[in-house]
Design a protein around this ligand. Structure first.
Ligand SMILES: [Fe+2]
Ligand SMILES: [Fe+2]
Length: 200
């Protein structure tokens, strides 16, 4: 049974009252607060099966990438960015890089979001020629300030992280970092630091 005091009056948004929208605003807060839990659930789901044809699961790949980022002493934006760089693979396998970037974009540095957004095309360097595709498709971004960062991300973390024997840290190790990132104020300029490139 729906609680009328916790439910809007409208069936079309244009008919909503100020009280309706104030109620929705209040109810949205705990929902937004559970974003990290939904992210962690999706990661666990990615660990339920080995990725088609690969030796490891998508979760293992993310954990391995994040473990490498942490071992190199990178900041939490990079560690969580590495962990989640393929989080969109389940719902958007054809454009999972952009999907994954949108998940983290409000909460991480601009350089990290740009790298995750473009890692798919940069990653083609390692395999596209086997299909007769252009492995250097990344060259269209040669003059972008994040080019070298994205190239390093793919070389050191992404393409390297398909090893079933790699000693990855478990998801529990990264869970507090995921919670810290998604507890940040969304689109805070002090977090995003648009245009700043620190490199990898
Ligand atoms: Fe990817
Ligand atoms: Fe990946």
């Amino acid at each position: 049974m729906t609680d009328p005091s916790q439910t809007v009056s409208f069936t079309q948004m244009k008919e909503g009252t100020r009280e309706d929208y104030e109620l929705l605003h209040e109810l949205e807060k705990p929902y937004l607060g559970l974003t990290a839990d939904r992210i962690l659930d999706e990661l666990r789901r990615q660990g339920e099966a080995t990725l088609e044809g690969y030796q490891i699961s998508r979760l293992d790949h993310g954990l391995q990438s994040a473990t490498r980022a942490e071992a190199e002493g990178r900041d939490i934006d990079w560690i969580v960015g590495a962990l989640l760089h393929d989080i969109g693979d389940g719902l958007a396998p054809q454009n999972h890089d952009r999907f994954s970037a949108e998940v983290i974009r409000p909460f991480v540095r601009w350089e990290v979001a740009w790298t995750v957004e473009h890692h798919g095309i940069f990653q083609m360097l390692y395999y596209a020629h086997h299909y007769g595709w252009d492995r250097n498709a990344r060259e269209r971004f040669r003059d972008h300030p994040c080019f070298d960062t994205c190239a390093a991300f793919c070389e050191r973390w992404d393409q390297a992280s398909f090893d079933p024997d790699f000693p990855s840290k478990p998801l529990e190790h990264f869970e507090p970092m995921v919670r810290e990132i998604f507890a940040r104020k969304a689109y805070d300029p002090a977090v995003i630091r648009e245009g700043e490139v620190l490199g990898l």
